[in-house]
Design a protein around this ligand. Structure first.
Ligand code: HEC
Length: 119
């Protein structure tokens, strides 16, 4: 019995320390781009995250500066019309890759740098 208690204390300590040490996983942006284009994200959010696509007129994701936790949460529990992406359909590692891809997208160009908008 004492042995079991000791073991569970060790297991508990290990899981607490790994939870505290948990950092957002490092994603692979190139793989994330693949998933982004093949798992439906681009349909609603545009091929380079520019937004404006799909029936719902999805939102811009490029350069939105969203943290991994908030990103993961939106995918697992979307607030409104976006379909949920469950763990079995999209594991955390794939979500991390897509997050890396989104984070790598450049901001839109400055309006002043677009000649037709400056006549
Ligand atoms: C059917 C259309 C659709 C698809 C497919 C879709 N989204 Fe969305 N997404 C939306 C809509 C609409 C919202 C606005 C909030 C909501 O409905 O939950 C949104 C919101 C978001 C947000 C939050 C934006 C903010 O400003 O807070 C993120 C991040 C996001 N989507 C990422 C993704 C990713 C990554 C994928 C693919 C794995 C994806 N979405 C697939 C429609 C879609």
């Amino acid at each position: 019995m004492t042995m079991i208690l000791r073991l569970s204390a060790v297991v508990l300590a290990l899981s607490v320390s790994s939870a505290l040490a948990a950092e957002p996983p490092k994603g692979d942006a190139a793989k994330g781009r693949e998933s982004y284009l093949t798992k439906g994200c681009s349909y609603c959010h545009g091929t380079v995250g520019q937004g404006g696509g799909g029936r719902t007129g999805g939102l811009r994701l490029a350069n939105m500066d969203i943290g991994y936790e908030a990103f993961l949460n939106q995918l697992r529990h979307p607030v409104n019309e976006m379909p949920p992406y469950v763990q079995s359909a999209m594991p955390d590692a794939e979500v991390a890759n897509i997050h890396a891809y989104i984070s790598s997208l450049p901001p839109p160009p400055d309006v002043k740098s677009i000649p037709i908008l400056n006549r």
